[in-house]
Write a protein that binds this ligand. Structure first.
Ligand code: F3S
Length: 389
């Protein structure tokens, strides 16, 4: 891989140990994927920062970077609890201390303490910009809906890119790597919840590739849900939606064609869902948008939480602060709105045997933890734990 003078200096350790490690990581990745050079990035987003996910080995690795600063604007994913209510999520002091240590390391290296998987609501990313994002749902959103360019980075490679301000130039950074591999034609007009199920279906059926989808509507929250689900059951870092996403006009070149009908969605939903009343409902994977918070508030107006049930919602601290009025109206129903964390990266889901979820991504991951999931549209799951008052 060709390296410029500055990159050579970083690799030789002349710019410090942290940049040397970061440069080595990017070089190794580039060599593996056949990149000929690096590309400068404008932004990074780092995932895998919950102590539940990275453990002590992850902390040891992060400590190698504490004396360095990120070279580009960088955000971070949710952690294992809400910073305002840590004891609600865990009574394990060791877990709390170690999670805070991780947050402190990121603070010291200069990241924005966003603690959300929806950095695109916080930072202004433009179509065509090269970025380095980890967090599977955010990667699809950035590539597909914004038109920015990032590979499916890991927390480690996104951190390395943030430190040196570069990524290896291959895959989704190139025009070639963004071409559709499959054409997916919907034989029905999808409703909001269908996007989550369709995402699971596409991930399971394409596994690895880029779909060009015909028949979607231009609803950003629905497309967010679709992308998050497909990059969970499959390794699908991008989709093109005909007439909607920025690059659809140059992407309709896939030879393999898949037709999807309502029966396909019904079968996919059945694969992931049980028909048992949930003890608790959790919504907000990916973190809830402004529009979704308003929609939930409207649904819960004049409704109350049923005895013995729980309703937990997850959004970014940024939006929770911005919409305090909406959040307090939602919480009048008995629901709790949390930030900084979610049902997958915190230990909260493990308290329950049956959960009600409307997210395809959360259903996939929580279902793998042997927790039963009642998977349905938002109104249905909300209705199962609340009553009209
Ligand atoms: Fe976000 Fe947690 Fe889902 S990090 S995408 S809410 S698994």
């Amino acid at each position: 891989m060709y390296l410029d003078n500055e990159e050579e200096r970083m690799l030789n350790g002349e710019e410090g140990e942290a940049k040397k490690i970061a440069m080595e990581i990017i070089l190794r990745l580039g060599d593996f994927y056949g990149a000929e050079k690096t590309v400068k990035i404008n932004n990074a987003h780092i995932s895998g920062i919950s102590y539940k996910n990275i453990g002590d080995a992850g902390i040891d690795f992060l400590e190698k970077f504490v004396n360095e600063k990120v070279a580009v604007k960088t955000t971070i994913n949710p952690i294992g609890f809400d910073l305002d209510f840590p004891e609600f999520f865990t009574d394990d002091d060791d877990f709390l201390k170690k999670q805070m240590k991780i947050v402190d390391i990121f603070h010291r290296i200069g990241v924005i303490p966003s603690l959300t998987c929806t950095p695109y609501y916080i930072v202004d990313i433009k179509s065509g910009e090269h970025i380095s994002w980890a967090e599977s749902s955010a990667i699809v959103y950035a590539n597909s809906i914004i038109g920015a360019r990032t590979n499916r980075e890991s927390g480690i490679s996104a951190l390395a890119s943030a430190i040196i301000g570069r990524s290896a130039y291959y895959g989704l950074h190139t025009d070639e790597g963004r071409k559709a591999t499959h054409k997916v034609i919907l034989d029905f007009s999808p409703e909001f919840f269908d996007y989550a199920v369709l995402g699971l279906f596409i991930g399971l059926n394409i596994r690895n590739g880029i779909p060009y989808i015909v028949g979607l509507k231009n609803d950003l929250d629905a497309l967010k849900s679709l992308g998050a689900a497909m990059n969970s059951t499959g390794s699908i870092p991008m989709f093109h939606a005909e007439g909607i996403t920025p690059e659809w006009k140059i992407a309709d070149n896939a030879e393999e064609i898949i037709h999807v009908d309502k029966d396909d969605l019904r079968a996919t939903k059945e694969k992931f869902s049980v028909d048992i009343e949930p003890e608790s409902v959790m919504i907000g994977c990916p973190h809830l948008s402004e529009g979704e918070l308003y929609a939930i508030e409207a649904y819960l107006r004049n409704r109350k939480l049923r005895e013995g049930k729980n309703l937990f919602l997850f959004t970014s601290r940024h939006l929770k602060n911005k919409l305090m009025n909406v959040v307090s109206k939602i919480e009048k129903s008995g629901a709790k709105v949390f930030s900084d964390t979610c049902m997958v990266v915190s230990p909260i889901s493990n308290r329950y045997k049956i959960l009600g979820l409307s997210s395809g991504k959360a259903t996939y991951y929580i279902g793998r933890e042997k927790i039963k999931v009642f998977f349905s549209d938002m109104e249905t799951v909300l209705g199962m734990v609340t009553y009209e008052s």
